[in-house]
Write a protein that binds this ligand. Structure first.
Ligand code: AMP
Ligand code: MG
Length: 417
């Protein structure tokens, strides 16, 4: 048996960052920017007002107070999105809205609250004049051209992971598309004579192929494109046919057929068509795992053969397929978030494997607590649904007891992905 780390190192050793492509910005969430992005414009493009108020010259406000305002002549109004030809001079003001370009001659903006506009309005006085009720300094409430981004500057570094804020920044530059590392295409093939696809009648003795969907959802969650190949029966011909459909994939994931049962033919077909290593990994659930390269026509497709039990397939995906996908995406941090928690449920480790126990982590008095959720059989998929983390019991530990500090790999971290 090899350790989880050894297996992961072998898997990751095979994959590399994929090539880049131009993608519409809204499709780029979680992708990595493939080139340094420079701006060709200033943002903001012009000096503009940070407040609704009056554009003035600061010197026109000298000596102004609430009880003795300086009265300025209002020569116009300017809203966001418009320019005014009117100039502000000593003793004049232009009414201005947030985001509107600052008129020529003005060097500051007095917000409405520091004027007598409200009083004038309530007295039905025309706003041809305005009382300024405080002194302002030059530059007050003016956002300078280029203060966020100056034309020609480097805005986003190559390697940046795109989050909503980066999408916003790209949009502010006017970019419809961005150069990003493309998403890996992950083909998913379920194997087993017992499997029926969702939406169909379930004959006696059969089960729905839940793995197809949990694995495809994991692929999508971590930024890949899932390509569902459907179900292959447990015979050599059916598998060979299905494997051909994986020819364009960056990774083929199969579920089931890699354990020791009589009908576990995946390993036989793989041995025939590629270089496949079968491992027993020192982990629980998820001991049997296959990894190798499959010859499909002229291409070599890396293949990860996950165990069939629904919990095992999901947990082995998290440990091996997720980092492989992230590496192809150009992501640097391949680790899953872990936390320390106080153990609330004892677990015994009797066979020297690393246990990934399904737990629910909650915060109590500033400390995390991890409680086992339900039965831990590797066929009990609902326990995955109740869990938000995997409590890790090291292979060399006899177990964990209530009150121990344990490491929990979070499946969800504040429900973010
Ligand atoms: P195997 O690895 O073929 O021995 O399968 C182990 C267990 O996983 C068996 O109980 C299978 O019925 C179950 N299983 C295999 N494939 C799937 C699947 N796609 N969805 C749900 N359960 C599956
Ligand atoms: Mg089977």
């Amino acid at each position: 048996m090899i350790s989880v780390e050894e297996a992961l190192a072998k898997v990751l050793g095979y994959f590399d960052i994929l090539e880049s492509e131009d993608e519409e910005i809204l499709n780029c969430l979680g992708q990595v920017i493939a080139e340094d992005i420079y701006s060709t414009i200033n943002i903001p493009g012009m000096d503009n007002s940070a407040m609704d108020g009056y554009a003035v010259q600061a010197q026109s406000t000298i000596g102004a107070t609430r009880s003795s305002p300086n009265i300025l002549r209002v020569t116009g109004e300017v809203a966001a999105g418009y320019l005014t030809k009117e100039k502000v001079m000593s003793g004049t003001a232009i009414r201005i809205m947030t985001g509107a370009p600052v008129p020529k001659g003005a060097d500051s903006v007095v917000q409405f609250e520091d004027t007598d506009e409200e009083t004038r309005k309530s007295q039905n006085k025309p706003l041809t004049e305005i009382g300024i009720q405080c002194e302002v300094e030059k530059g007050l409430n003016i956002r300078l051209a280029g203060e966020d981004i100056s034309s020609g500057s480097l805005v986003l570094n190559k390697g940046t992971v795109i989050r909503p804020q980066e999408i916003g920044v790209l949009a502010s530059l006017g970019r419809k598309v961005a150069p990003v590392i493309r998403r890996p295409v992950v083909a998913i093939l379920a194997t087993g004579d017992e499997l029926v696809d969702v939406g169909n009648h379930l004959p006696q003795g059969k089960i729905y192929t839940s793995n197809t969907y949990s694995l495809a959802a994991q692929v999508i969650r971590y930024g890949g494109v899932s390509e569902i190949l459907g179900i292959a029966l447990d015979n050599v011909k059916a598998l060979e046919e299905k494997f051909r459909e994986a020819r364009d994939a960056d990774l083929l994931i199969t579920s089931a057929g890699v354990s020791m049962g009589d009908y576990d033919v995946v390993k036989d077909v793989l041995a025939k068509h590629g270089e496949v290593t079968f491992w027993t990994v020192r982990m629980k659930p998820g001991k049997p795992l296959a990894f190798g390269q499959l010859r499909v026509g002229k291409r070599i497709v890396p293949h990860l053969g996950l165990p069939g039990n629904p919990v095992s397939s999901m947990i082995t995906f998290e440990q091996f397929a997720r980092p492989a996908i992230l590496k192809m995406l150009g992501r640097k941090d391949l680790r899953k978030a872990t936390i320390h928690a106080r153990c609330e449920s004892p677990v015994r480790n009797t066979d020297g494997r690393r246990i990934f126990a399904r737990v629910n982590v909650s915060e109590q008095n500033g400390e995390y607590h991890a409680r086992i959720v339900g039965a831990q059989g590797s066929g009990i998929l609902t326990s995955m649904s109740q869990a938000n983390g995997l409590m890790i019991i090291p292979e060399d530990a006899p177990g964990v007891s209530v009150g121990d500090t344990v490491v929990v790999q979070m499946l969800d971290w504040n429900v973010d992905i």
